[in-house]
Design a binder for this molecule. Structure first.
Ligand SMILES: [Zn+2]
Ligand SMILES: [Zn+2]
Length: 147
């Protein structure tokens, strides 16, 4: 993602928050900036640690509440991980799926999954009418793979 895209995504989120009547204070803004630009799925504690580098007064409760609000607005989403769904990442744009590094949390969305054939097969073998799917891939990112 280019720097320009990150900036505009952050501005978009801030506008979104303001439009929903949310007061964007400096600590909340720090979390928005972090989440809009992060290439990694992050746990609230990691967001707290990173955010405190810019805003030492940042509180953990603010982290949780801001994440909750961002999730409510569909701007961030929880990411499924082996330990549960405690990590957060910017939400997908439209129909995208996630590939997640199990070592460092580096995450990327991809589109163009072609599972029509599989869905037809499952429909035939189970008799279900398939309406949705959820797909997430796990592995090692290029940096972790080469360690
Ligand atoms: Zn990695
Ligand atoms: Zn899909």
């Amino acid at each position: 993602m280019s720097e320009e895209t990150q900036t505009s995504l952050c501005d978009q989120w801030l506008a979104n928050l303001a439009a929903s009547g949310y007061r964007v204070t400096a600590p909340r803004r720090a979390i928005v900036e972090l989440m809009a630009s992060s290439t990694h799925a992050l746990e609230p504690l990691a967001i707290y640690d990173q955010g405190r580098k810019d805003y030492p007064g940042l509180g953990l409760v603010t982290v949780y509440r801001t994440l909750e609000k961002l999730e409510e607005l569909g701007l961030v989403q929880r990411v499924h991980h082996h330990q549960g769904c405690h990590m957060y990442l910017r939400a997908a744009h439209g129909h995208e799926h996630l590939v997640l590094c199990t070592r460092c949390g580096h995450a990327e969305y991809f589109s163009g999954d072609d599972i029509g054939g599989l869905i037809n097969k499952v429909t035939q073998s189970t008799g279900f009418e398939i309406r949705e799917h959820w797909l997430q891939l796990f592995g090692l990112c290029p940096a972790c793979k080469n360690q």
